[in-house]
Design a protein around this ligand. Structure first.
Ligand code: NM2
Ligand code: OGA
Ligand code: ZN
Length: 381
């Protein structure tokens, strides 16, 4: 529970400043506070959605008075010219504070995420399917790890076609694509995708040619008695950090310029996108990796002067992605699957052949649903 020591109106009522117990302080603007008021006229009590628009707030709004309750846990404000009284809890203000040092490093990563390399092999998040279904605490723990590490395994599932959908149902909604609600990953003749052959696949993110890109992937094993066909996972954010450490110009090239991706392998689909291999938000947060040698289209958005270096950067990134010290390797057994955050974690398989069969099924799920499930489960706790 947060609390404040003192409150003061500053800047002719355009802001307030609050003093914390530790001596530090935090400021908020009057327009920001008014816009975020939590009263029943500003926010619907049932659905919590905002009832007002910005034009309902007087442009010349300011704070006339500001006070704290005795224990410093609540603040009270009066806005003029509306003559409106609004209160906030110290907790709410702390959770939503913005008066802090902003990120200024290109490629910063959310502190919610844990970056990993080969070391994850020993403790990759994993849960048994039946346990996940019956134990909400363990399910929540596993879902949080899936978010934090961008990957997880599930074991002990049914070895029947479509079982992967029950895993998706534990946390989200299927993203249907031209490949179907789910797809069969096995060696076929005249394959519409190289994934449907016995070739090895370099670590990649799926469907970078799609906009928006699928955000979670489930790959579920039904049969895997071939020799080869082993799986690898690589943390693409870790790879991007390695690239930046090795050569920040390379990192900048791959994040500044758009690559192009394309899938044109099936009569019924032609998908194209234009996005960087390393995507940053406007304030520099590392938000997505797109990497897929099979689906990279001719790159036409890098100026002639930079293309040679761009390719050097692309090769350096590819080499890092192939680096065994970044990789977690395993072989999926029937009834097991892995789940990846496809905006971050790359997956690979080794080539396979010989006697036996290999049959995987895959599907895509939206990541917003995963985060929503985690958040609602936390609230129910
Ligand atoms: N499949 C398995 O992104 C890709 O093209 C990788 C995707 C065909 C849905 C394979
Ligand atoms: C895929 C894929 C890996 C495998 O289907 O997208 O990467 O192990 N498959 O078959
Ligand atoms: Zn894939």
């Amino acid at each position: 529970m947060h609390s404040f020591k003192s409150i003061k109106v500053i800047d002719s009522g355009k802001s307030i400043i609050l003093q914390r117990k530790d001596g530090s302080s935090v400021r908020y603007h009057s327009t920001w506070l008014r816009d975020n008021a939590l009263d029943a006229k500003t926010r619907d009590v049932n659905n919590k959605q905002r009832l007002i628009t910005l034009s309902d707030i007087p442009i010349d709004n300011y704070i006339e008075t500001a006070s704290l309750d005795a224990n410093g846990k609540n603040i009270f404000l009066t806005f003029l010219p509306e003559k409106k009284n609004v209160s906030f809890s110290a907790n709410w203000l702390e959770v939503n504070s913005y008066d802090t040092k902003q990120h200024n490093k290109k490629g910063w990563i959310s502190s919610d995420l844990k970056i990993w390399g080969k070391d994850l092999s020993k403790h990759i998040p994993s849960v048994d399917y039946k346990t996940a279904r019956s134990d909400k605490t363990l399910l929540l723990q596993w879902l949080k790890s899936l978010y934090r590490y961008g990957c997880a395994k599930m074991t002990g599932g049914k070895t029947e076609s479509g079982a992967l959908i029950q895993i998706a149902d534990l946390f989200g909604y299927i993203r249907e694509t031209n490949y179907g609600k789910w797809f069969e990953v096995r060696s076929e003749i005249n394959a519409i995708n190289l994934a449907y052959t016995n070739l090895g696949l370099q670590a990649h993110t799926d469907n970078p040619y799609r906009d928006p890109v699928p955000t979670i992937q489930i790959l579920y094993c039904l049969e895997n008695s071939v020799s080869g066909g082993d799986s690898t996972l690589v943390d693409g954010f870790n790879a991007a950090i390695h690239l930046k450490d090795k050569n920040s110009d390379y990192f900048n090239l791959l994040s500044k310029y758009c690559a192009r991706f394309e899938y044109n392998g099936d009569k019924g689909a032609h998908l194209q996108s234009r996005r960087p291999m390393i995507e940053l938000s406007p304030d520099g947060e590392l938000i997505a990796i797109r990497f897929n040698n099979r689906s990279a289209a001719p790159i036409t958005d890098v100026p002639y002067e930079n293309m040679e270096n761009y390719y050097k950067a692309y090769r350096a990134f590819s080499d890092i992605i192939n680096d065994p010290t970044l990789a977690v390797n395993f072989k999926l057994n029937p009834g097991e699957c892995f789940i990846t955050d496809n905006t971050r974690v790359l997956h690979a398989r080794t080539a396979y052949s010989g006697v036996g069969t290999r049959w995987l099924q895959g599907c895509y799920v939206d990541k917003d649903g995963l985060l929503s499930t985690i958040s609602t489960m936390l609230k129910k706790k």
